[in-house]
Design a protein around this ligand. Structure first.
Ligand code: FMN
Length: 221
């Protein structure tokens, strides 16, 4: 049954037909029933914004994958766009979660590779780790929704960093699935961290116009 659902999702993602209607949400009505997370957090003194992004080339149909935003002449991924605004707003440093093996820019190839990694429960090797994690008390962590889950490099990321006693504030972009169960997954991967469960989740169709939404969300924490 899970396989059938995944196949349907894969087709929707590949054709860009996943619903793109929603903008920001805190995932109450959408199936994200956080349990161990909390909204009782404060942004500390020492803040880092870590994010994973894979901007795609979509050929003629820009809406099919629409995973990039042009910001002041520079092409950035959707999640990167959110990360940059959060960094500006908080004064936090940015850390891009990158893999040793580059992902294909082509939408279909990227979807195939992401699908294969998820099927294999892969842990793609990261190009770098956060070396001075001890210096930070609050880490915003951003990622795109991939197959209603975290992209597999995010598993590598959470399994190779210890966020015990730190605050994790997740944010995400998606093509219709919103946060899926990713907040619970982060809570499972980092049981000793405080995970903010009123996470930001923005549809790729809304990302380019979402600056104020992002700022309001940060200021509401
Ligand atoms: C491999 C892959 C799988 C995806 N799976 C989903 C999905 O299951 N649900 C969804 O809503 N969007 C899905 N998307 C769409 C991305 O979440 C969306 O385009 C996101 O904004 C990309 O962010 P980025 O530009 O920072 O990489 C998928 C995209 C890719 C490349």
């Amino acid at each position: 049954m899970k396989k059938i659902l995944k196949t349907i999702l894969l087709i929707l993602v590949a054709t860009g037909l996943t619903a793109c209607g929603n903008d920001t949400d805190s995932e109450d009505a959408s199936g994200n029933s956080s349990s161990g997370g909390t909204t009782d957090v404060e942004i500390g003194e020492n803040v880092l914004v870590a994010y994973f992004t894979e901007p795609e080339e979509t050929g003629t149909d820009a809406l099919a994958g629409a995973s990039r935003v042009v910001e002041e002449g520079e092409v950035v991924g959707n999640t990167q766009f959110l990360a940059q605004i959060i960094s500006e707003e908080t004064g936090a440093e940015l850390f891009q979660i990158d893999t040793v093996q580059e992902y294909p820019a082509d939408h279909d190839e990227l979807v195939d590779q992401g699908d294969q990694e998820q099927s294999e429960d892969a842990r793609p090797e990261l190009a770098a780790e956060i070396e001075n994690l001890d210096d930070y008390d609050t880490i915003f962590v951003g990622y795109p929704n991939w197959f209603s889950d975290l992209p597999m490099p995010m598993y590598t990321f959470f399994e190779s960093h210890d966020f015990a006693d730190k605050t994790i504030i997740p944010f995400s972009t998606h093509g219709g699935s919103r946060l899926s169960g990713t907040i619970e997954t982060i809570e499972e991967l980092q049981p000793d961290a405080k995970v903010y469960d009123d996470a930001l989740s923005i549809s790729r169709s809304e990302v380019a116009g979402s600056r104020q939404t992002i700022i309001d969300w940060v200021n509401g924490i």
